[in-house]
Design a protein around this ligand. Structure first.
Ligand code: UN1
Length: 525
């Protein structure tokens, strides 16, 4: 095939101020399950274009920030309607672009719809308080105010749900946005942005700039904090990049939202329902090919059930169905998001060997010559990993370090206190889970675990759209997404004193305090 007969690839644009804007340089997005299927070409925004997007958002903020919150909420409702109508098409596209199963892709889109439902009505609440004053004829009131222009950088593993956790609450509270979506899922992000626009957002309220992260568009957007063009930054991604963003935000006195990595423990106690625990562990380890920040990183097994769980788990692992999720709807997982994720995962396999961990199963790329029995279709069409199971110990590099891939460590512990100590020895603290029917152990875990989220008798994944999402330690800076808690991330509190007395009344000084009366002693009775 000569160059002139190659099928043309559709070119997409940035969305800045309601206009399609192009750049000199482009990158391509591929179908994760079929690398020959090119989904589109996307421009790489320059520093000047990112600055232009921020200035556009700043201009739009003047009107959007003053639009009544219930009206902003109605637009969020209309976005929810548009997403519901396009749910199936968007899910198919999402699955094609980043490789998660259709069931999960539908969940990803549904999480954004749920977020719209929640925040549509938040536009009619967004409560402030009336507070009693210590003086007569004085009114005290509090208001939530928007922060201005929010810069956002998001990851490719949840290309709809996770951006929606930032975009929807930021909009309903009156902020405007410059969003740099993941270079791993640009077409899904573009489609999502068009549905957001369809909901009725005025031009310039949501601006989308495409490109890479470090040294490219993402970094330019982060640097806009130093140019005082942003009032807030929100990021989902690695702990290393989160620390850099946090430092830049800090010197500009901004409080960023940082949702970072995890190495989430899933504990199985000696009394647990093992069938249920094995199902939860299998899903937490291998769902989305392990590419969730809530995926299980270590399975901590109480010593008396270690061997039984290991046997039951490995039996299930050997039968996992893997393949192109658009061709085979019943697979547990599909390909890596792209080759980059496969490469990092293979390096992680090497660490496991260097650590001296015992490889119980997998540990390699799936190829035509070497594939698991449950593999469906053509392994050469996309980057696939074997489900991989290690026996590991606290302190090993594979025990400590997050990796986005179908890999899990079995770690032996002895009793609840040991389970807690081993769980808390990683530097992350995002999600966690325990399987037990002993109330005291479940309670001890809930109280002792260092994590932002805990499941009892369920997997480490599965956060709902109206619960606080986020972690402690290396997993974030304490900000929370979703539910009412996210509102604090996108607003500041404005306290207003309204004095209607017509005279100068000084708090603390002119306050009419009443003296206590004579002392009363119970012993005098
Ligand atoms: C993520 O992996 O970045 O709880 C988010 C879950 C999903 C969200 C995961 N609802 O697994």
């Amino acid at each position: 095939m000569t160059l002139s007969t190659l099928p043309t690839v559709k070119r997409f644009s940035h969305l800045i101020g309601g206009k399609a804007v192009s750049s000199a340089e482009y990158f391509r997005s591929h179908n994760s399950s079929k690398l020959s299927d090119v989904l589109g070409e996307f421009p790489i925004a320059t520093l000047e274009q990112v600055r232009e997007a921020c200035l556009t958002a700043r201009e739009a903020f003047k009107t959007w920030g003053k639009t009544p919150a219930p009206i902003r909420g109605e637009i969020i409702g209309q976005i929810g309607t548009a997403l519901t109508r396009e749910k199936e098409n968007l899910s198919q596209l999402l699955s094609r672009e980043m490789g998660k199963t259709l069931k999960e892709a539908r969940g990803d889109v549904q999480e954004a719809i749920d977020t719209c439902h929640f925040f549509q009505s938040e536009g009619r609440r967004l409560y402030g308080q009336t507070v009693p004053s210590e003086m007569a004829n004085k009114e005290l009131k509090t208001y939530r105010r928007p922060l201005g222009v929010v810069g956002m950088v998001t990851a490719g593993n949840f290309p709809v749900a996770v951006p929606s956790w930032k975009i929807i609450p930021a909009l309903v509270t009156g902020n405007t946005i410059v969003w740099k979506p993941s270079e791993d899922a640009p077409l899904t992000s573009y489609a999502f942005a068009k549905l957001l626009e369809e909901g009725g957002l005025p031009s310039g309220v949501l601006n989308v700039v495409f490109g890479m992260g470090g040294g490219s568009t993402g970094e330019h957007l982060v640097n806009m904090m130093d140019e005082s063009l942003l009032g807030k930054f929100a990021f989902t991604g690695s702990t290393a990049v989160g620390r850099q963003i946090g430092a830049i935000a800090g010197r500009n006195l901004l409080h960023p939202t940082l949702e970072l990595g995890g190495k989430n423990p899933l504990v199985v106690m000696r009394d647990a329902d093992l069938e249920n625990a094995v199902s939860g562990a299998l899903w937490a380890s291998f769902g989305t090919a392990g590419q969730r920040c809530t995926s299980a990183g270590n399975i901590l097994l109480d010593a008396p059930i270690y061997d039984q769980f290991k046997a039951m788990f490995l039996e299930r692992v050997k039968n996992i169905r893997i393949g192109n999720p658009l061709e085979f709807e019943d697979v547990l997982y599909g390909p890596f998001i792209n080759e980059r994720f496969l490469k990092t995962w293979l390096e992680h396999v090497e660490w496991g060997h260097a650590d001296g961990a015992t490889l119980l199963y997998g540990g390699a790329q799936v190829t035509a010559e070497h594939k698991p029995s449950g593999f469906q279709g053509d392994p050469a069409a996309g980057p696939y990993g074997w489900p991989t199971v290690w026996e590991a110990q606290k302190g090993m590099k594979i025990f400590q370090t997050e990796v986005f891939g179908p890999t899990i460590n079995l770690v032996k512990v002895d009793g609840i206190q040991d389970a807690l100590e081993v769980s808390n020895s990683v530097e992350y603290g995002l999600s966690s889970a325990i399987y037990t029917n002993n109330r005291e152990w479940a309670y001890a875990f809930q109280e002792g675990i260092q994590a932002g989220m805990t499941s009892i008798n369920n997997s480490t994944t599965g956060a709902e759209a109206h619960m606080p999402f986020g972690g402690v330690k290396g997993s974030g800076n304490g900000t929370r997404e979703s539910g009412i808690w996210v509102l604090d991330g996108y607003t500041y509190w404005h306290g207003v004193n309204d004095d209607v007395s017509g005279k100068l009344q000084l708090a603390q000084m002119d306050t009419q305090y009443l003296e206590p009366r004579g002392e009363f002693k119970v012993s005098d009775l």
